[in-house]
Design a protein around this ligand. Structure first.
Ligand SMILES: C[S@@+](CC[C@H](N)C(=O)[O-])C[C@H]1O[C@@H](n2cnc3c(N)ncnc32)[C@H](O)[C@@H]1O
Ligand SMILES: [Mg+2]
Length: 246
């Protein structure tokens, strides 16, 4: 099976691994968007799996894969909702950081230093597969989406978030976040690898998935707030597709 690993991309994350849980550090944008994307992901998983967003552990018994989990920013709140979370990342140091933090929080999460391809080859299947802010860093994004699709059980959901390839995303994610605000080291993102919502939808359909929803994630530089948008897909966005039930 093809490997989604691009070693030069992994090296960037290896170098930043200590900062995962620092809300003011290099992953500040991920911390900022975490509440809105958690809300979105929770909604989509609940819909796909017929769960109500009620009670303390609405996702009890659901198996969720967080591929490219980094330090576990999203794995942790999903585990709190009761999901059995497998957090996978190709960078071993990220997995060490994620494990340590989950233990400090008293959370049980199955963290593994591995790739989507290896999990697929092992025949793993999940109610939901999350690939958040990873697709712009992998080798072969279309193949990567196909691998994610094969990891979802029939009827399961695949949720992908990334950056659109627009003048606006160049201004915000490259000039703003890397050159001006210096949240991220210069070169963390390669604008040419950003993916338009239409391209992502094509990849999902080609992988046999049924695209069901797309939302923009809009950052307000004046207030520092993030919100979901039905009309602004200019920079960050998140999309859901379902694997057809048998
Ligand atoms: C921008 S971070 C996103 C982390 C997390 N998903 C989040 O949104 O909070 C991208 C992560 O993907 C991981 N990654 C990149 N390429 C990968 C691959 N081919 N297989 C698995 N993980 C990969 C990196 O090590 C990094 O932790
Ligand atoms: Mg990124």
């Amino acid at each position: 099976m093809n490997s989604s690993v691009d070693q030069a991309e992994l090296d960037k994350f290896e170098a930043m691994a200590a900062e995962w849980w620092d809300p003011a550090g290099k992953f500040k944008p991920l911390h900022g968007m975490n509440p809105v994307r958690l809300d979105y992901v929770t909604d989509q998983i609940a819909q796909a799996c017929g769960r109500e967003r009620k009670g303390a552990r609405p996702f009890a018994g659901l198996r969720v894969l967080d591929i490219g989990c980094g330090g576990g920013l999203l794995s942790e709140p999903l585990a709190r909702l009761g999901a059995e979370v497998l957090g996978a990342d190709a960078v071993a140091r990220n997995i060490e950081v994620a494990r340590l933090h989950a233990a400090q929080m008293g959370l049980e999460i199955d963290y593994r230093a591995t790739t989507a391809e290896a999990l697929a080859a092992a025949g793993e299947a999940f109610d939901a597969v999350l690939a958040l802010e990873i697709i712009e860093h992998v080798e072969g994004p279309a193949e990567f989406v196909a691998t994610c699709a094969s990891l979802a059980r029939p009827g399961g959901a695949v949720i992908v978030s990334t950056l659109n390839r627009t003048p606006q995303s160049f201004a915000m994610a490259i000039v703003g976040a890397e050159w001006v605000m210096r949240w991220l080291p210069k070169g963390t993102h390669d604008w040419r690898r950003f993916i338009t919502p239409a391209e992502l939808e094509t990849m999902m359909s080609a992988a046999g998935l049924q695209p069901v929803d797309q939302r923009g994630m809009q950052y307000n530089p004046l207030t520092g707030d993030w919100r979901l948008s039905s009309s602004d897909f200019g920079c960050n966005y998140i999309a859901t597709a379902l694997r057809p039930a048998n």
